[in-house]
Design a protein around this ligand. Structure first.
Ligand SMILES: CC(C)(COP(=O)(O)OP(=O)(O)OC[C@H]1O[C@@H](n2cnc3c(N)ncnc32)[C@H](O)[C@@H]1OP(=O)(O)O)[C@@H](O)C(=O)NCCC(=O)NCCSC(=O)C[C@H](O)C(=O)O
Ligand SMILES: [Mg+2]
Length: 359
């Protein structure tokens, strides 16, 4: 076991010191692109400034024969693109048990390490996977002469990873956050779904049979209302707790039904309300959905300001619009206000919206 004193010491001579607090940069959408796909790659420079995170994906959804082209494509894009202040560059490397992961890390850190903010690691099983990446990154950062540490984001997509989620979150000061990987997690858990995220019409609760429908009507087969339930509630809630406990950020992952923009928005909003800070966008059409959902509404911001004002020194209880507000509701309002401030600092349109909204 590492001593607490060692936790913030670099893991290689010459590597930058680990961060003590994970920077809370906007990351409402982590936009995936395949750097080996020329059409997608051509769109990337135009997305700078419009997305919070651009992620060059090297893992699933990139064909085996294109793995090297994707890695080189990402190097070329990073070198050629000025990412400005608002857009971060992340990558998703291949899984640690693949033949590509080592070359992914070695190439990217030594060639474009100064532009890379976060490395997303898929199929993380336990703290040991993070320790492996942590040491390797430190060695490569030292070799490349980097002055700022690259952070690590784990994908929660195995039953073992789920069982170990708390220790994964706390495995290294590099840990930036965790995303749900619903497709791989479903397969690993042997769930009987065939989708990439989202709900399922078969996962439902049915209204009880009515007692008196009249003679001759069978209450069991009579029409009853059904309510689709959320397959991912337990998983997301547990991930959010584990992240909050360690001061890192939780994200909903992918929503594969690109055409169903309505259900995508619902899934993103559920995650936002439960505590997630962002989701993956797989297609340009999902970018604005994530931006809208993961920015607090102007009404919520205005209400939060009113509660803050009404609560004065922050203690005691007051009535506002017929509702009791106290220290704990104020704390929730402060979460909204802090997020609104952070997002509007880089987004003049949002800043204007928040400034003009009346409660
Ligand atoms: C889903 C797609 C395969 C759809 O692509 P396509 O059929 O080309 O869509 P369109 O014709 O509607 O595209 C219109 C134009 O937009 C460009 N495009 C499409 N997607 C992107 C993108 N992500 N970034 C930038 N540009 C994009 C197209 O090239 C078209 O361009 P043009 O013809 O010039 O107008 C495709 O969107 C896609 O592959 N998306 C990424 C998929 C992905 O990354 N999947 C992996 C993440 S999910 C996962 O891994 C599961 C997870 O790990 C888990 O376990 O749950
Ligand atoms: Mg996956």
């Amino acid at each position: 076991m590492r001593s607490a004193k060692d936790f913030f010491a670099p893991l290689a001579v010459g590597a930058p010191a680990p961060v003590r607090e994970v920077p809370a940069r906007p990351s409402r959408m982590i936009h995936f692109f395949d750097p080996s796909n020329p059409k997608m790659a051509a769109k990337v420079p135009g997305m700078v400034g419009t997305v919070d995170v651009l992620l060059g994906n090297l893992e699933d959804a990139v064909k085996a024969e294109s793995k090297e082209a994707a890695r080189q494509g990402l190097v070329d894009i990073a070198r050629a693109t000025d990412l400005g202040e608002q857009t971060q560059l992340w990558t998703r490397i291949n899984s640690l048990d693949s033949p590509w992961a080592l070359d992914d890390l070695t190439t990217l850190v030594t060639q474009i390490g100064e532009k890379l903010d976060v490395v997303m690691v898929p199929k993380v099983q336990g703290a040991e996977d993070i320790h492996y990446v942590d040491r390797l990154l430190a060695q490569l950062e030292a070799k490349a002469g980097l002055t700022r540490p690259i952070l690590v984001h784990a994908i929660l997509e195995t039953a073992r990873g789920m069982a170990n989620v708390e220790e994964i979150c706390g495995a290294s000061p590099r840990m930036q956050g965790i995303s749900l990987g619903p497709a791989d997690l479903a397969a690993d858990r042997r769930m009987k779904t065939t989708r990439v995220g989202g709900g399922h019409p078969g996962y439902l609760v049915r209204e009880d049979p009515s007692r008196d429908l009249g003679e001759g009507v069978d209450p069991v087969t009579a029409p009853r209302s059904v309510h689709q339930q959320d397959l991912w509630h337990y998983t997301i809630a547990r991930m959010v707790d584990a992240c909050a406990m360690h001061g890192i950020f939780p994200y909903y992952g992918p929503f594969g039904d690109i055409k169903d923009v309505v259900a995508c928005e619902d899934q993103f909003r559920n995650a936002f309300l439960l505590g997630c800070v962002g989701a993956w966008s797989l297609h340009p059409v999902q970018v604005d959905i994530a931006k809208r959902v993961f920015s607090p509404s102007a009404e919520d911001v205005a209400h939060a300001r009113r509660v803050k004002e009404a609560m004065g020194d922050g203690t005691g209880a007051v009535m506002l619009d017929g509702k009791m507000e106290d220290d704990a509701s104020l704390k929730q309002c402060l979460v909204i206000l802090e997020l609104a401030d952070r997002l509007s600092a880089g987004d003049p349109e949002l800043a204007e919206l928040y400034a003009t909204q009346e409660a």
